[in-house]
Structures are given as structure tokens and as C-alpha cells.
Write a protein of this length. Structure first.
Length: 111
């Protein structure tokens, strides 16, 4: 019987989900930046020279704001205009900056 009695003192939330909504509102969203023609041409030129297996550092827009990642290119789809870096898939249009890194420096950091 003591277990049943303990249930009556359990916390009760009349506003279920309210605190989750408040937390979601606290997130700040960054708008996507418009690139100049020069920036777009530079990114497109870099993308043309990239191949699967190359290590890159890039900044891309991910629906909430810009994120920086680095890693190995696992796929490039020229038809759909998407780039895969490890398990992250992004459209070419969402890339703000991309640079190929020196593989030797990256391997030394890992060791």
C-alpha cells in the first residue's frame, strides 16, 4: 500500500509540453546569406576539382544557421548538386565556404 500512496505526491504538469515549446522558442535562427557572383564562382570552381576521398573544411547552412564541419568527402552528386561529407548531405547552394585541407596535416593531428 505505501507504493499507491506515493503516487498521489508525484509532480503533476497541467501544461504538458509547455516547457519544450518555450525551449524551442529560445533557439535563435540565422537567415541564409546571399552570395555574390564572385563567391559563387569561387565555390563552384572548388567543387569542380574535388573528388571522393578528399578532406575538406566547409561552412554550410543547415536550416537553423551556419555550421562548420571538416571531414572526408564520401560522395558528390553532380545531377542533384549535393555533396556528402562523412554522413552529412548538403546541397551545393547551401555551401558558404569550402576549402580542401592538406591530408598530411590532418593525419598528423589524428595520430
Amino acid at each position: 500500500m505505501p507504493v499507491d500512496r506515493a503516487k498521489q505526491f508525484m509532480p503533476f504538469s497541467a501544461l504538458q509540453g509547455y516547457y519544450d515549446l518555450i525551449a524551442a522558442k529560445e533557439c535563435t535562427f540565422e537567415t541564409k546569406k546571399e552570395l555574390s557572383d564572385e563567391q559563387t564562382a569561387l565555390i563552384n570552381n572548388t567543387l569542380k576539382h574535388l573528388r571522393k576521398g578528399k578532406i575538406v573544411e566547409l561552412t554550410y547552412y543547415n536550416h537553423h544557421g551556419y555550421e562548420k564541419i571538416s571531414g572526408c568527402i564520401t560522395g558528390i552528386d553532380l545531377e542533384l548538386k549535393t555533396l556528402n561529407v562523412i554522413k552529412t548531405k548538403m546541397p551545393f547552394a547551401d555551401i558558404l565556404d569550402i576549402r580542401e585541407t592538406d591530408e598530411q596535416k590532418t593525419k598528423k593531428k589524428m595520430l
